[in-house]
Design a protein around this ligand. Sequence first.
Ligand SMILES: Nc1ncnc2c1ncn2[C@@H]1O[C@H](COP(=O)(O)OP(=O)(O)OP(=O)(O)O)[C@@H](O)[C@H]1O
Ligand SMILES: [Mg+2]
Length: 228
Amino acid sequence: MIIVVANSKGGVGKSTLAVHLAAWLHAQGHRVSLADCDTQQSSSEWIREACPGVVAVRLDNPDAILNELPLLDQETDYVVADGPGSQTETSRALLLRADLAIVPCKASMLEVRALAKATEVLRQAQDIRSGVPKAVIVLSMIGRNYRLTQDMKDAATSLNLPLAHTSMVLRQIYADAPGQGAVVGSLGARAKEAASEVDQLFREILPDACKSRSAKFSREKRFAATRK
Ligand SMILES: Nc1ncnc2c1ncn2[C@@H]1O[C@H](COP(=O)(O)OP(=O)(O)OP(=O)(O)O)[C@@H](O)[C@H]1O
Ligand SMILES: [Mg+2]
């Protein structure tokens, strides 16, 4: 499965989400690769330190993305692609290959309104590929006591994009994590809330990827096989 973290707006939390997702999928027992498609190439360095078990690859042009993503997809269970903040052609190549797009968005009306523009390439890809990639918006860097206003819900609905129930709260620990070469899940007690938030978010978005779920599924399959 190829999952792209995409929003053509810069600084909305794409790399933070992509690195945490790759590390979470690895912790669930999957083979994971992270395709760093941003020219800044910060997420590949970060994941190498934070979770060396994830295969980190830099793909910095549309041809490399179109050619290499399917190969990575064959070699690993999940490919997480960290998209760029601008470069439309790179985003287009990613969205033409992805099965799922996660769209982080800062939680303000201005940002949500800008989403129509920021997700234009996504809609083109969905149009060409009959609805693929599926997409979900994740609100990022929200205030602790933030309440989603009806305006924002309406704006997301009008774009025909579902909104994840779980959001990523604005917390210093997320900003500190790359400097420590770590993800919040390995930063101990002070990152407890952030760690449980990302766990909850990824369980919500990818229920079939959960360790407990996969174990239960294989138990059920074994049980069914013994009854045949
Ligand atoms: N939930 C959060 N709480 C606090 N800081 C955050 C959070 N998410 C991201 N940040 C910080 O905000 C900045 C931008 O985040 P990030 O680099 O993940 O965004 P991006 O969308 O990948 O940016 P770009 O478009 O430049 O690649 C970084 O300094 C990051 O550490
Ligand atoms: Mg980035």
